[in-house]
Design a protein around this ligand. Structure first.
Ligand SMILES: Nc1ncnc2c1ncn2[C@@H]1O[C@H](COP(=O)(O)OP(=O)(O)O)[C@@H](O)[C@H]1O
Ligand SMILES: [Mg+2]
Length: 315
């Protein structure tokens, strides 16, 4: 019987005699992601296969191929590593990624909708490092959102964040320049100047989206949830969103100042770089961290005075 979808084709299929698909572990708008085994290196890998409905659309196939090359060029500890490109027997293009064990930030928020400020800061800091690298290479991600940020679990340390999915990323003519436009991305994370025009995507588009991610991690909802979509322009241009402290009164006031800058409707007033955005959030967290109690050291009286060393003069 002919296979009609990638899903039915997945079980026990081997790509290019090397990658044996094991199970489906994720999906997004563009692709389906499988856990697979690299039979040569004997390691688990993740294979992202372009959805069957897109395989005949030349522009989408081009973007998918570009995802592989752009992600591979990032060489950042906070961007998922590309291991290879492959083609399924159906002709569907695939990207072989390092396999990440953990959960996306989207799943993390579903599990516990209001994260602690220091956890959010760790997410923002690491995502900002990846974006800083991308922006320095003249690449705008254009789809920064919780589904595309992945927390890799480690037994003896805090999770390491990796940015996924450079599927709609755009190479700018020069670093710091602006893209060619075209509305791509996800509504809730789109900067107003790009959504409503006339702005073109640039580094600040990604930084706005990262601000939305931080807001969502802290409050459990996006600044402009679907109820606002009827008059989104008005809501965004007047910044009618709820302050973070309406939902989280225990957080420091500066968090709303940070958010006002990160989500400012005018890109001119936003943070100028990923580094600046991250450092400013770190400053807020540090300034409000509870002082660590001083360790109490009790010293036994007999050990307080060290006996003077004795020297015997050589004869
Ligand atoms: N390398 C990976 N290791 C483990 N899971 C992954 C990996 N890449 C993607 N995923 C999972 O698959 C989901 C979709 O992947 P993504 O690259 O964002 O696809 P799309 O372009 O279709 O949105 C992610 O949210 C994540 O849960
Ligand atoms: Mg995605």
């Amino acid at each position: 019987m002919p296979t009609t979808s990638h899903e039915t084709a997945a079980a026990h299929v081997t790509l290019e005699d090397r990658y044996e698909l094991v199970e489906r572990i994720g999906e997004g708008a563009m692709g389906i992601v499988y856990l697979a085994r690299d039979l040569v290196l004997d390691i688990p890998v993740a294979v992202k296969m372009l959805r069957v409905e897109y395989c005949r659309i030349a522009e989408v196939v081009r973007m998918f191929e570009q995802e592989a090359t752009l992600s591979a060029r990032m060489l950042s500890p906070h961007v998922v590593k590309v291991l290879a490109r492959a083609t399924a027997r159906s002709g569907a293009p695939c990207i072989v990624y390092e396999y990440l064990a953990g959960e996306s930030v989207a799943t993390r928020i579903e599990r516990s909708p209001r994260l602690e400020l220091d956890e959010v800061c760790a997410i923002v800091l690491q995502a900002a490092r990846a974006l800083s690298r991308a922006h320095a290479l003249g690449v705008v991600h254009r789809d920064v959102k919780p589904d595309n940020l992945f927390l890799v679990e480690h037994a003896d340390s805090r999770p390491v964040l990796k940015v996924l999915d450079f599927g709609v990323a755009e190479k700018l003519a020069r670093p710091g320049g602006a893209g060619s436009g075209g509305l791509v991305g996800t509504t809730a994370y789109l900067a107003p100047e790009v959504f409503f025009g006339p702005g073109l995507p640039d580094a600040r588009t990604d930084l706005y989206a990262l601000g939305v991610v931080a807001y969502e991690c802290l409050t459990g909802a996006c600044p402009y949830p679907p109820e606002c979509y009827d008059d989104l322009f008005d809501a965004m241009s007047k910044s009618t969103r709820r302050s973070v402290r309406e939902t989280r009164p225990e957080l420091p006031e500066e968090i709303d100042e940070w958010m006002d800058r990160a989500l400012h409707p005018d890109p001119f007033w936003r943070f100028a770089s990923a580094r600046e955005l991250a450092h400013d959030l770190e400053r807020v967290v540090r300034a409000n961290a509870a002082p660590r109690p001083r360790p109490v050291v009790t010293v036994a009286r007999s050990t307080m005075k060290r006996a003077a060393p004795r020297f015997t003069r050589a004869a």
